[in-house]
Design a protein around this ligand. Structure first.
Ligand SMILES: Cc1ncc(COP(=O)(O)O)c(C=O)c1O
Length: 467
C-alpha cells in the first residue's frame, strides 16, 4: 500500500464539531433516515459527494479577486473560454451554473419524445433530464461493470456490440447523440479507455450520430489512461485529454468535480446550429452567454481550476488517496467494488449486509449505520437512487448493484481522517449482523433519493459503543 503524501500545505482550516451518537440518532429520525436531510454541521467526515466540495487553491482564491462583474463581455469569460478550448478543443463554450443545467440545455434542444440516448451509464441527473424530454436513457456499459469482483482496468467502457444493436433496432433518426461518462460515476468511478472511445467514435460515425462526453471527471479518467493503457505512460495528462476530446463532438461538464470549484459548469460543442439554439435557451433560463448563471469571479476560479486539475502531482495524490482508503478496507476484509475508482470507494452493501433483503434497502441501511455510529456520511447508490416500479406488477425492479459511495472531496481531508474512515468501517463490518433494514415511507416522482423518507424496519440493537 503506497502512502499518498499531500502535494500542498494547509493555509486555511475549517473547524469540525464532533457530535454524540445520541445526537446523530435523533438527527436521523428527524431526517427520515435520509442523509441528504442531515445538517452538514453534524457530520464529521463528509463523503456524501466529491461535487462542489473541493478546497480551492490560493491561486483560485486570488483569481476570485480579479472577477470582472460586467454583464456582458467579462474578461474572465474570455479567459475561461480560451482555457476550455485549449483542453477540450470544441468551438462553442457555454457556461452554466452547474452540470445538470448543461444537460438540461443540451437535451431540451436535441432530444424529442420517443428518442433514445445511449450512455455507458447515465448519472442520475442525465437520466432524469433525458427522461424529462419523454425519451429513454439507455445504459450500455460492458457487462464486467456489474461484476463487483472483476478487476478489468476499464470497466467504464461502452459495450459496442450492444450500442450497434441498439442503433439498428431503434434507428439512427431516434438517437440524437451517444454519451460517454468519464469516469463512470454510477458504475463505480471506473474509467473508459482511449481505445474504447476511439472505437465508439468510429461506430457512431458510420451512422452519423454525434458523440458527447459527460466530462465531470475527465482528468481522473485521463490519469487512469496514463497509468493503465499501453502507449500513454509518456504522454502528459493534458495531451491525453486533448486526444480524448478530439474523438467527440462536444461535452457537458460539472466543474464542481474536476474543475476544482464549488459551483460552475459548461457545455462545449462544435455544432453551430445546436449552439445557437442552446444559447437562446441559456439567455432565457440562466443568463447572458458570457456569464451563464455565474459571477465573473466564478468563471475565473473555474478557468484556473481546469488547469490545476491537470497537474500530475495533484492527480497522483488524488487517485492515491482514494486507493489508500480502498486498500485499507480490503485489508480488513470489507467488500468493496473493484478496482478502486477515481473519486470514491464503493462499499458492496449486499455482501456487507447479506442478512438484509433488497426490499430493506441494504445500501441505505449501511449508510445510515455509518453515520449513526461514526458521523461519516456516504451516499446510497442502489435501489433508492435507481430502483423503479414495474407498472404491471407494482413490484420494485432493483438495479444491478447496491453500493454505498464514499466520495472523497478534492484536497479537503487529511490521510489521518481517511484512516479514521477505514477503521470505523472495519469496526462496523465486524458487527454487521446488528444493522437493521429500512422501509420507505415517502418518495417523490423524480430523483427520489434526495427527499425520500424511511423508518427503521426494527429498532437497531447496533453497536454499544461510546460516540
Ligand atoms: C457523472 C455526473 N454527471 C453529471 C452530474 C451533475 O452535475 P451537477 O451536480 O453539477 O449538476 C454529476 C454530479 O454528481 C455527475 O457525477
Amino acid at each position: 500500500m503506497k502512502f499518498p503524501s499531500e502535494p500542498f500545505k494547509i493555509k486555511v482550516v475549517e473547524p469540525i464539531r464532533r457530535t454524540t451518537r445520541e445526537e446523530r440518532d435523533r438527527l436521523l429520525r428527524e431526517a427520515g433516515y435520509n442523509l441528504f436531510q442531515v445538517p452538514a454541521e453534524s457530520v464529521y467526515v463528509d463523503l456524501l459527494t466529491d461535487s462542489g466540495t473541493s478546497a480551492m487553491s490560493d491561486n483560485q482564491w486570488a483569481g476570485m479577486m480579479l472577477g470582472d462583474e460586467s454583464y456582458a463581455g467579462s474578461r474572465n469569460y474570455y479567459h475561461f473560454e480560451e482555457t476550455v478550448r485549449s483542453i477540450f478543443g470544441y468551438q462553442h463554450v457555454i457556461p452554466t451554473h452547474q452540470g445538470r443545467m448543461a444537460e438540461n440545455l443540451l437535451f431540451s434542444t436535441v432530444v424529442k419524445p420517443g428518442m433514445c440516448v445511449p450512455n455507458n451509464i447515465h448519472f442520475d441527473t442525465t437520466r432524469a433530464n433525458v427522461e424529462h424530454q419523454g425519451a429513454q436513457a439507455l445504459d450500455l456499459v460492458i457487462k464486467e461493470a456489474y461484476d463487483p469482483h472483476c478487476e478489468a482496468p476499464f470497466k467504464g467502457n461502452m459495450d459496442l456490440m450492444r450500442l450497434e444493436e441498439t442503433i439498428n433496432r431503434v434507428g439512427r433518426a431516434h438517437i440524437p447523440l451517444v454519451m460517454l461518462t468519464i469516469t463512470n460515476n454510477s458504475g463505480g468511478g471506473q474509467p473508459v479507455s482511449m481505445e474504447n472511445i476511439r472505437r465508439t467514435r468510429a461506430l457512431v460515425d458510420r451512422y452519423g450520430i454525434p458523440l458527447f462526453f459527460d466530462a465531470c471527471r475527465f482528468a481522473e479518467n485521463c490519469f487512469f489512461i496514463k497509468e493503465r493503457e499501453p502507449g500513454y505512460a509518456e504522454k502528459s495528462v493534458l495531451e491525453i485529454a486533448q486526444e480524448l476530446f478530439g474523438y467527440g463532438h462536444g461535452c457537458t461538464m460539472s466543474a464542481k468535480k474536476d474543475g476544482l470549484v464549488n459551483i460552475g459548469g459548461f457545455l462545449s460543442l462544435n455544432d453551430d446550429r445546436w449552439a445557437q439554439d442552446i444559447t437562446n435557451m441559456l439567455i432565457l433560463v440562466e443568463g447572458f452567454p458570457t456569464y451563464g448563471g455565474l459571477a465573473g469571479r466564478d468563471l475565473e476560479a473555474m478557468a484556473r481550476g481546469l488547469r490545476e486539475v491537470l497537474d500530475e502531482a495533484y492527480l497522483s495524490f488524488r487517485i492515491g488517496q482514494v486507493r489508500y482508503l480502498g486498500e485499507m478496507l480490503e485489508q480488513a476484509g470489507v467488500p468493496i467494488l473493484k478496482p478502486i475508482g477515481g473519486h470514491a470507494v464503493y462499499l458492496n452493501a449486499r455482501e456487507f449486509l447479506p442478512h438484509l433483503d433488497r426490499d430493506r434497502f441494504p445500501a441505505q441501511s449501511l449508510a445510515v449505520a455509518l453515520y449513526r455510529e461514526y458521523g461519516i456520511r456516504g451516499v446510497e447508490i442502489g435501489t433508492v437512487m435507481f430502483g423503479k416500479k414495474d407498472a404491471a406488477t407494482g413490484r420494485t425492479i432493483h438495479p444491478e448493484l447496491e453500493l454505498v459511495r464514499l466520495a472523497i472531496p478534492r484536497r479537503v481531508y487529511t490521510n489521518m481522517q481517511i484512516a479514521y474512515v477505514a477503521e470505523s468501517i472495519a469496526e462496523l463490518y465486524r458487527c454487521r449482523d446488528s444493522v437493521r433494514g429500512l422501509a420507505m415511507t415517502y418518495e417523490a416522482p423524480v430523483l427520489r433519493h434526495f427527499t425520500a423518507r424511511f423508518e427503521e424496519a426494527q429498532q437497531p440493537s447496533l453497536l454499544r459503543r461510546a460516540s
